[in-house]
Ligand binder design. Structure first.
Ligand code: PBG
Length: 339
C-alpha cells in the first residue's frame, strides 16, 4: 500500500515473462530442449550359470539374475519396447571362479554362451554389448590379475582383456565394453579384435569410471566377493580433469564410444566429456542409483515414473547421447505412452 492508502501497491511489471512458454503441455513440448527416446536407452542384464529359475536380487527390487532362457525373453521384451541395446553381465558358478577369471575367456563361460544365444535369437535387431572385465569371474573379485603383493597387475590384466575381447566378439557381441580401468585397455582390445578379424566390433570405453559406493548393489547382482576396494584403478570421486585425460587416452587408443559412470553424481564430468568428445558419449545410471530410487518409491517418498524420467532427462541434458539404465524397458514403455 502507498502512504495515503488510496492507490494499490506499486508493482513492477516484468519485462520478460518466461512463464508464457510453460502455459500448456503443447507449448512445453514444443520448446523442450532435451528429448528421451527408447532407442537411446541400453538395458543392462545379468545372466547366471547353474540356475533353473531367475533369481531376484535383494538390493535391486525388480531386477533378476536370468537363466539363459529367461534372458532371451527379457531381451525380446526390451527389443519390442524399442530399447536401443542390451549390455550383458555374466555370473559364473562359484566353483568356476579362479584367480585368473578363466570363465571370462572360456567360450563355454556363461557370458559367452549368453552372447552366442542372444546373437542367434536376435541377430542384429538390437545392439549386443558385453561387459569386458574380470571381476565377475575372479575368486578375489578384482577386475584383473593380482601380483605377488595382491595389487592388480595392469599389464598382466591387459593380456587377459585381449583374450576376453576376442572370445566375446566370436560369441556375437556387436560392442565390447572394457570396464576395468586398466591403463592401455582400449588399445589392447582394439588390436586384439582387429588381429582376430573383428574390425567391425566396436569398443565402448568406460572412460571416466569412479570408485563409487553406488556400485554396491551390483556386487550382489554378480555375486562378487570383493575384498578391499578398487581405489588403485578406478578414479577418485574428488577429481574432475582426470576424466579429460582418460578421454584423451581412450580416443587416441581407438574408442568408438565413451562412457561416464556413475551418472547422476557425476553430471559435471559428463558435461565436460560431452563438450569435447567427437564420438557418442554414454552414461551409466548404476545399480545404486536404481536402488536408491526404488527404496524411496517403496516408502511412498518418491513417484517412480516421474523420478525415472527426470533423472534420465537430466543425464541426457548433461550431454549423454546413450544412457545405460536398469529402467530402460520401464522408461521406454512410459515414453511409448507419450510421457
Ligand atoms: C565391472 C563393472 C561394475 C559395474 C559395471 N561394470 C562394478 C565395479 O566396477 O565395481 C557396476 C554397474 C552397476 O553398479 O550397476 N565389471
Amino acid at each position: 500500500m502507498s502512504a495515503d492508502g488510496a492507490r494499490g501497491p506499486v508493482v513492477a511489471v516484468p519485462h520478460e515473462r518466461p512463464r508464457r512458454l510453460r502455459t500448456t503441455p503443447a507449448v512445453r513440448r514444443l520448446v523442450a530442449q532435451t528429448r528421451l527416446h527408447p532407442a537411446d536407452l541400453v538395458l543392462p542384464v545379468f545372466v547366471r550359470d547353474g540356475i533353473d529359475e531367475p533369481q531376484p536380487i535383494g538390493s535391486m527390487p525388480g531386477v533378476v539374475q536370468h537363466t539363459l532362457d529367461s534372458l532371451v525373453v527379457a531381451a525380446r521384451e526390451a527389443v519390442a519396447a524399442g530399447v536401443g541395446g542390451i549390455m550383458v553381465f555374466g555370473v559364473p558358478r562359484d566353483e568356476d571362479k579362479d584367480a585368473d577369471g578363466s570363465a571370462g575367456t572360456d567360450p563355454d563361460g556363461i557370458l559367452n554362451r549368453a552372447l552366442a544365444r542372444l546373437r542367434e535369437e536376435l541377430g542384429s535387431t538390437t545392439v549386443l554389448m558385453s561387459d569386458l572385465c574380470l571381476d565377475e569371474f575372479t575368486d578375489h573379485g578384482h577386475c584383473g590379475a593380482l601380483d605377488a603383493a595382491g595389487t592388480v597387475d595392469n599389464d598382466a590384466t591387459l593380456a587377459r582383456y585381449a583374450e576376453m575381447a576376442v572370445a566375446q566378439a566370436r560369441a556375437g557381441a556387436h560392442v565390447v565394453g572394457p570396464s576395468g580401468m586398466m591403463d592401455g585397455q582400449v588399445r589392447v582390445v582394439r588390436e586384439a579384435l582387429d588381429g582376430a578379424g573383428h574390425e567391425d566390433v566396436a569398443v565402448l570405453a568406460y572412460t571416466a569410471k569412479y570408485a563409487s559406493a553406488f556400485y554396491g548393489p551390483f556386487r550382489e547382482a554378480v555375486a562378487s566377493t570383493l575384498q578391499g576396494d578398487r581405489a588403485t584403478y578406478q578414479q577418485d570421486p574428488a577429481n574432475r580433469t582426470e576424466s579429460l585425460r582418460e578421454l584423451r587416452l581412450d580416443l587416441a587408443e581407438g574408442a568408438d564410444m565413451v562412457m561416464v559412470k556413475p551418472a547422476l553424481p557425476y553430471l559435471d564430468v559428463l558435461s565436460d566429456v560431452a563438450e569435447v568428445a567427437d564420438v557418442p558419449v554414454a552414461a551409466y545410471q548404476v545399480s545404486g542409483e536404481y536402488s536408491m530410487i526404488e527404496a524411496a518409491v517403496e516408502r511412498g517418498w518418491l513417484d517412480r515414473d516421474r523420478t525415472v524420467l527426470e533423472t534420465l532427462t537430466s543425464i541426457r541434458r548433461a550431454g549423454a547421447q546413450v544412457v545405460l539404465t536398469y529402467y530402460a524397458v520401464h522408461a521406454a514403455r512410459l515414453l511409448g505412452e507419450g510421457r
